[in-house]
Design a protein around this ligand. Structure first.
Ligand SMILES: Nc1ncnc2c1ncn2[C@@H]1O[C@H](COP(=O)(O)OP(=O)(O)O)[C@@H](O)[C@H]1O
Ligand SMILES: Nc1ncnc2c1ncn2[C@H]1C[C@H](O)[C@@H](COP(=O)(O)O)O1
Length: 213
């Protein structure tokens, strides 16, 4: 246990829409806690760029790829005995991305069913450890869009604004229903990753949420 009352084997997961600041906060919290990070690897993803150019053709491949990657990460966290801050939850893959593409017709219904049954068999079982807390990042859509722009991934910048608007709406609804583990909601205008006192304040809140479990 540390000064924040966070157990050394805890799993803290950071969730939120694309560009909101998950990776940045993940790294800052892990550094402050002396935890390991589990980061989403965008550069070596063989489908992501193709997917942004043709959702219909690649959405199933991409979801299967993400599912395998996240499951491997989860296994690694489990085998290392915890003590991780994780960038994005596996719940967002199905609850936001796969569902959004199925609903808008860019993932065909049979593929969606296959994906969902695989996801449920792998994840929604008592053998799959849920995070101790899910830190949910929220902010205004214009701030998030300017962060996507500033980060400069061409495939995201070229994507229509309506895609990000839809994702933003879905995230807002999804978090209100989410109950797989305790949630701490954080507004992106209310912390500074470069300020140790600001990171400490978040970790105190994380500790409180975990203690209440
Ligand atoms: N607290 C912050 N204040 C200002 N800019 C930020 C902050 N957090 C992240 N950013 C910037 O926003 C962009 C997206 O952040 P990132 O952590 O990659 O988001 P995500 O992992 O949620 O997609 C990056 O350019 C990053 O430097
Ligand atoms: N499950 C997913 N389906 C489609 N796209 C996804 C999924 N998970 C992540 N992504 C995309 C969104 C971004 O372009 C990159 C990285 O996400 P980020 O929120 O910036 O960490 O991958």
């Amino acid at each position: 246990m540390n000064k924040y009352n966070i157990p050394a084997n805890a799993l803290i997961t950071v969730a939120g829409t694309v560009g909101v600041g998950k990776s940045t906060l993940t790294a800052a919290l892990a550094e402050r806690l002396g935890f390991k990070t589990s980061l989403e690897k965008v550069d070596h993803n063989p489908y992501l760029e193709k997917f942004y150019h043709d959702f219909e053709r690649w959405s199933f491949h991409l979801q299967i790829y993400f599912l395998a990657e996240r499951f491997k990460e989860q296994k690694n966290i489990f085998l290392s005995g915890g003590g991780f801050v994780q960038d994005r939850s596996i719940y967002e893959d199905t609850g936001i991305f796969a569902k959004m593409h199925a609903d808008q017709g860019t993932m065909n219904p049979t593929d969606y069913e296959t994906y969902t049954s695989l996801f449920e068999a792998m994840v929604m079982t008592p053998f799959f450890p849920h995070p101790d807390v899910l830190v949910y990042l929220e902010g205004s859509l214009p701030s998030i869009l300017s962060r996507i722009e500033e980060r400069g991934r061409e495939m995201e910048i070229q994507t229509e604004r309506s895609y990000w608007e839809q994702m933003y709406r879905r995230y807002s609804n999804w978090i209100n229903e989410f109950d797989a583990c305790p949630v701490l909601r954080l507004n992106i205008d209310e912390y500074d990753v470069h300020d140790p006192a600001s990171m400490d304040a978040i970790l105190v809140e994380v500790g409180k949420v975990i203690s209440k479990k």
